[in-house]
Write a protein that binds this ligand. Structure first.
Ligand SMILES: [Zn+2]
Length: 242
């Protein structure tokens, strides 16, 4: 089992930041991450280590509509290779929502129950995606991406709808993962002398990176999608619209 973010490496950065910043106090964890609490600004941060495809899979939450065409284990495999390790380190949950006709999502309910936080019902509501910074979660609103894709897809100029839709999902996954890194990972330095531009978390850069990375990896992403299930799902959705 290949390890993505080695415990020793994460621990070294964690101890360094903890020693440098007086406002941080170390917190207990379940043994999968290091945690501190920022007493000055009143928030907690978790840094996962020794991640494998299996541990990433455990932190993916999907509504059943999404899972019907995007197998969780395959997505974990894809993310393990394609996402920056320094973003993976701070993923508490990777969330892919599908809101039903009443705007409800069992995943939202599960998150509200687990964290006792009703903001789970509102995060990424009306957006393609949003990073829940307090809870270190990239939230991808797949039903919202679907609806938007239906509106803007051009039959003559764009690739087939299923491909167009998947590319938008992938763009949003990368987009939110960059926000997550810049907003949540306080162990890794950014700016001069690092692979991370100082302003890399600014919206225009995030947008550009997400779109380019999605374009580059789209074929690999399409390979993990269950094509027949997706086509069936999309045609059912279309029938509903009529
Ligand atoms: Zn953004």
């Amino acid at each position: 089992m290949e390890i993505i973010n080695k415990k020793d490496d994460v621990e070294k950065c964690f101890r360094k930041v903890l020693a440098e910043e007086g406002s941080l106090s170390m917190e207990e964890s379940d043994g999968n991450y290091f945690a501190y609490y920022d007493n000055e600004n009143d928030y907690e941060r978790h840094y996962y280590f020794n991640d494998t495809i299996e541990t990433i899979e455990k932190r993916i939450l999907m509504d059943k509509q999404v899972e019907s065409f995007l197998p969780k284990d395959k997505l974990a495999q894809f993310l393990a290779v394609q996402l920056d390790v320094n973003a993976i380190m701070v993923i508490e949950k990777m969330v892919l929502l599908w809101e039903n006709d009443e705007g409800m999502s069992p995943v939202r309910d599960a998150l509200e129950n687990e964290y006792g936080d009703e903001y789970a019902q509102y995060i990424a509501d009306g957006f393609l995606g949003q990073t829940w910074v307090d809870r270190q979660m990239p939230v991808i609103n797949v039903s919202s991406i679907y609806e938007t894709s239906r509106v803007i897809h051009d039959d003559t100029l764009d690739p087939p709808f299923s491909e167009f839709f998947l590319e938008s999902v992938l763009q949003t996954i990368f987009h939110e993962s960059v926000h997550l890194f810049y907003d949540c990972n306080e162990l890794i330095s950014v700016g001069e002398g690092t692979p991370y531009p100082e302003n890399g978390g600014a919206e225009a850069f995030v947008e550009e990176y997400g779109n380019a990375k999605a374009h580059e990896t789209l074929q690999k992403f399409m390979d993990i999608v269950q094509k027949e299930q997706l086509d069936k799902f999309l045609s059912e959705m279309e029938d509903e619209l009529c």
